[in-house]
Write a protein that binds this ligand. Structure first.
Ligand code: GLN
Length: 211
């Protein structure tokens, strides 16, 4: 794979990021991407993946998103896309990226992570907590915490291969992992005003674009 566009040369407006728009919080991701000046599109068909540098799979309900991806003929094209291009899965999207969610449901199996769905309990057990994410210093020099919004969130139960833990809860349980051009967060940056994880992903997408 040829890496182009060193970090300091990447311009957001040269990058196009799609958001899988089958179910869940895809509009919130689109608003943030547009705000940071990235070209965007909603993805519902395989051909809409063609000119993208990266794709976000939003939160929602992972079984539903997976089944709709099968129905729309997107499961295999998404797997192929993620072998070369950047994908970021938030919450349900992180579940879809995993190789095992301990249930029978369609998965992309692109990342060497396993997840425990609804690991914190029911909707009412949703919570917010400040997270330390040192990797974000590459897009913003200030090292302030990132406000993590967890809604019926999964935990990343195991990380194998060359996956790197980007964020964990104070008790050490893992909530964000990067494996090459693939990113999984158990929380929802699109529900905050803080665009640092989006900018981090756009850099990742730019660096992995093959010309
Ligand atoms: N609980 C959902 C699932 O297991 C994920 C929740 C979310 O994306 N906010 O698919």
């Amino acid at each position: 794979m040829t890496k182009i566009a060193p970090r300091q040369l990447v311009k957001s407006d040269q990058i196009k990021v799609g958001v899988l728009a089958l179910q869940g919080s895809f509009l919130e991701h689109l608003y943030i991407l547009q705000r940071i000046g990235v070209k965007t599109t909603q993805v519902r068909l395989p051909e809409q993946l063609e000119d993208l540098d990266g794709l976000i799979i939003p939160g929602g309900e992972s079984t539903t998103i997976g089944k709709l991806a099968v129905d729309f003929g997107l499961l295999e094209p998404l797997k192929q896309f993620g072998k070369k291009k950047a994908i970021w899965g938030t919450c349900a999207g992180a579940i879809l990226l995993s190789k095992d969610a301990h249930r029978s449901q369609p998965l992309l199996e692109l990342m060497d992570i396993t997840v425990d769905r609804n690991a914190f309990g029911r909707q009412i057990a949703s919570f917010e907590i400040d997270l330390d994410i040192p990797a974000l210093e590459s897009v913003s020099p200030e090292s302030r915490p990132f406000h993590g919004v967890f809604i019926r969130a999964p935990l990343i139960a195991s990380v194998d291969g060359d996956g790197k833990v980007l964020a964990a809860l104070p008790d050490g349980r893992v909530v964000a992992v990067q494996q090459g051009q693939l990113l999984a967060t158990a929380f929802h940056p699109e529900l905050t005003d803080d665009d640092r994880v989006h900018r981090y992903f756009v850099q990742l997408a730019a660096e992995n674009t093959i010309n």
